[in-house]
Design a protein around this ligand. Structure first.
Ligand code: NCD
Ligand code: ZN
Length: 333
């Protein structure tokens, strides 16, 4: 039996730059129709010029593939309506990082004072630009995301017309928040549907599974699986595939990020098959995102998978993927 997916989308992706971009971009563009491209380069993408140039470099790296990079800016509370208007259709979303919370986020937001954020968030509401948020406080690592829920609620209440996307949610608290506010949405990664903290640190430490937010408890994973597998209309697939060179992962001071783009669709297919929810996979990997992000144009692309072993390569360039060397049940043909 073959499985067909139409125009899969990755609504949270790190493509990096230079050599790394050349390695990883084709691994997404060969499979996905488009992806929301994270702006946390060094320096972060915060001008029209930087955004346009980065988009061009991505297009060069993917060659002939049918794939649209949906570009984002790194949130700053100083963005004016005029500035955002000047970005035109190229700007699809803005990504907000609390300062210092994850890779290359030093220039992020310090403190969430609603009046300080109001001008930019009001302009975004008026222009229909979604706000993507890395929702973690700087509290105890296992509690950071649950603690951030009150900030999501404050923002959702103060800016009811703003689409707020809780990025890479990992907790049952975030899942619960989703249904309390009409303007809250979420992305879920592949790895957070599969692993818990036990897989990262329960035995020998697994640097290639270390990421922000860190994987949580079995009951959190259950809550995520439930809404992903039912194709919950406010939830989208966002891999948060975040490549780092092997030496930066297998080191004293391991960089955060799991590299999943070459295996994501195959493993999602296996997960949805196992839970007899294959008919919902299309919603999770494409249809929901199209409905939520009204401002994206999605190129047509058909992906066919078959139950045929796929041995995950040990490395792509300098990057070790999740499940390196292991056999997956489904292949893209
Ligand atoms: C991401 C990265 O490496 O850029 N790392 C991660 O652990 N997910 C940043 C992010 O999305 O937090
Ligand atoms: Zn990310």
């Amino acid at each position: 039996m073959s499985i067909t997916l139409n125009s899969p989308l990755d609504m949270h992706l790190h493509l990096r730059d230079e050599e790394m971009l050349q390695t990883v971009a084709p691994l997404s563009s060969s499979t996905f129709s488009g992806a929301i491209i994270m702006p946390n380069l060094v320096p972060p993408i915060s001008t029209k010029e930087a955004l346009d140039e980065y988009k061009n470099r991505i297009k060069m790296a993917i060659g002939e593939d049918t794939f649209t990079p949906y570009m984002t800016l790194f949130f700053k509370p100083t963005y004016t309506k005029e500035f955002l208007e000047s970005m035109g259709d190229e700007l699809i979303a803005i990504k907000l990082y609390p300062a210092g919370i994850t890779t290359n986020s030093e220039g992020g937001v310090n403190g969430f004072e609603v009046e300080e954020l109001r001008p930019t968030l009001t302009a975004m509401s008026e222009l229909g630009i979604p706000l993507c948020i890395h929702g973690e406080t700087n509290g105890f690592v296992m509690d950071r995301e649950a603690e951030f829920v009150s900030i999501y609620e404050m923002l959702a209440t103060n800016f009811p017309k703003l689409k707020i996307i809780m990025e890479h949610i990992t907790t049952k608290e975030s899942v619960e928040a989703l249904d309390r506010f009409p303007n809250l949405y979420a992305t879920i990664t592949l790895h957070h549907l599969l692993i818990t903290l036990d897989d990262v640190a329960g035995g020998m430490l697994q640097p290639h599974l270390f990421c922000k937010p860190i994987a949580k408890r079995p009951e959190d994973r259950e809550a995520l699986r439930k809404i992903a597998l039912e194709g919950h209309p406010k939830v989208m697939f966002g891999s948060d595939s975040a490549p780092h060179p092997q030496h930066a992962k297998e080191s004293c001071g391991c960089a955060a990020g799991v590299f999943t783009s070459p295996i994501a669709i195959q493993v999602l297919t296996e997960l949805f098959m196992k839970h007899s929810n294959l008919q919902k996979l299309q919603a999770f990997v494409s249809d929901n995102a199209k409905r939520i992000y009204k401002n994206i144009k999605v190129p047509k692309k058909t992906i066919i998978l078959e139950k045929k072993p796929f041995i995950v390569p040990q490395k792509y360039g300098t990057v070790v993927p999740m499940y390196a060397g292991e056999e997956l049940a489904y292949s893209i043909i």
